[in-house]
Design a protein around this ligand. Structure first.
Ligand code: FDA
Length: 397
């Protein structure tokens, strides 16, 4: 029986836009539908407007989810090098910022324009400002109820992302449709998000940033940490937020793995009359040393002279600096989270095609799936790789 479309992709974000040209191969009729007025809004704002579109060092270990193997297949079949080659062919200049993170030299809209152009060149259609109200199964596939009428198709690809930044149009639609078709959804929670502390705890330090090592039982990161009015942020904290759970502590090594004890002991020899806090301020931001002088006053006299510190006292201080244990009150939530942890359980999805194991023709790609990347371009790479896997399978089936 006739359907209006072979495939309808819901969500014109990174994954949905990227999937369309693959799905439209061999003249297949493909439409991408989104309730937003513009496509790829998260791409536009990502990476400070320059889109950290992938990471050179992408490997399966950079992702978290209930099944640590699920994402391997898609990532192996469409790699970071494939995406880099595509944007180079399109003449988009890029650079590595740090830790393998690749950014556009120009604006991130270059990536959106390229994805939309590829979609159009492949003969797919993009329909914006169209809200999907409900999805039903039919004898031949699916019926989508939209504000503009009913659309029928053989395949549906859910690419509506996670819940992060609701004011940019994020909804839980993919989760709702997945549940409707019998799929389990792992509790979504905000991730890559600043952590909050009781009112005013670090207010005096707002704006101070330093390299740290931060860890919980589950993960460890060496990156920069930033104090804010609300608590802690910066790459190290965003990374660890994906592994931290309410009520747990995080450990912060303010020396970032350096042997400060030996340095202080040597300096005691060379500059014994120097104040301990003055010496510390050569290794840590001065405002932080000032803060710790008060915060730790009952344990350490940072205003004392170096010469008056015993080895035991210096050891106790540096042990404390290298394992500052903090209990966050919470996180800033979906309002500022870069991604959503959890999502559609991978148990019910075929890892090669991204198709539902129980509902033929129903696909899940991108952030709505229970695969979450670290900070640094990994989430876009997952969007590209999972979209490619689904698009290829659709084209071949
Ligand atoms: P994405 O969110 O891109 O797209 C979903 C689409 O579905 C949207 O267009 C939305 O309008 C649409 N939609 C939602 N509900 C709908 C409904 N009910 N009906 C119709 N349409 C609906 N990652 C990275 O790798 N590098 C980076 O630099 C950054 N930077 C960054 C900055 C900020 C501020 C944020 C919030 C996020 C990032 N990310 C990132 C994460 C990255 O943006 C994210 O992982 C991908 O955009 C996910 O791609 P998806 O296509 O799955 O969802």
């Amino acid at each position: 029986m006739h359907t209006d479309w072979d495939t309808i992709i819901i969500g014109a974000g990174a994954a949905g836009l990227f999937c369309a040209p693959f799905a439209a191969a061999h003249g297949k009729r493909v439409m991408v539908i989104d309730h937003a007025a513009k496509p790829g809004e998260k791409i536009r704002i990502s990476g400070g407007g320059r889109c950290n579109f992938t990471n050179m060092h992408t490997e399966p270990a950079n992702f978290t989810g209930q099944n640590p193997h699920f994402h391997k297949s898609a990532l192996a079949r469409y790699t970071q090098w494939d995406f880099i080659e595509m944007i180079e062919r399109a003449g988009i200049a890029w650079h590595e910022k740090t830790l393998g993170q690749l950014f556009c030299d120009g604006k991130s809209t270059q990536i959106i324009d390229l994805l939309v152009q590829n979609l159009k060149d492949a003969g797919a259609e993009l329909r914006l400002s169209t809200t999907v109200q409900a999805v039903d199964r039919t004898d031949t596939g699916f019926a989508l109820h939209t504000a503009a009428g009913v659309l029928t198709c053989k395949n549906i690809v859910l690419a509506t992302g996670g819940k992060s930044i609701p004011k940019m149009g994020a909804t839980g639609l993919a989760y709702d449709i997945a549940r409707q078709f019998g799929h389990e959804v792992i509790d979504p929670r905000p991730a890559l998000v600043p952590l909050t502390f009781p009112e005013g705890r670090f207010a005096a330090l707002s704006g101070v940033s330093l390299p740290v090592r931060v860890w919980t039982d589950r993960a460890r990161f060496d990156e920069a940490m930033l104090f804010t009015h609300r608590g802690l942020s910066g790459p190290a904290i965003l990374q660890i937020s994906s592994f931290w759970r309410e009520g747990e502590v995080i450990h912060v090594d303010l020396t970032a793995g350096h042997d400060l004890f030996t340095t202080l002991r040597d300096q005691r020899q060379a500059e014994g009359r120097r104040q301990l806090s003055t010496e510390l301020a050569r290794h840590l931001p001065a405002r932080l040393v000032e803060f710790l002088t008060t915060e730790w006053a009952d344990r350490f006299d940072l205003s004392g002279r170096l010469a008056d510190q015993s080895d035991t006292a210096l050891r106790a201080l540096t042990d404390h600096l290298s394992d500052w244990t903090l209990t966050p009150a919470g996180s800033e939530g979906y309002r500022t989270a870069e991604v959503t942890l959890g999502g559609i359980a991978t148990d019910g999805i075929d890892s090669k095609s991204m198709m539902s194991k129980t509902v033929p023709g129903l696909y899940f790609i991108g952030e709505c799936v229970d695969v979450t990347g670290w900070l640094g371009g990994f989430n876009f790479q997952w969007a590209w790789s999972s979209a490619h896997a689904a698009g290829q399978h659709i084209a071949e089936s």
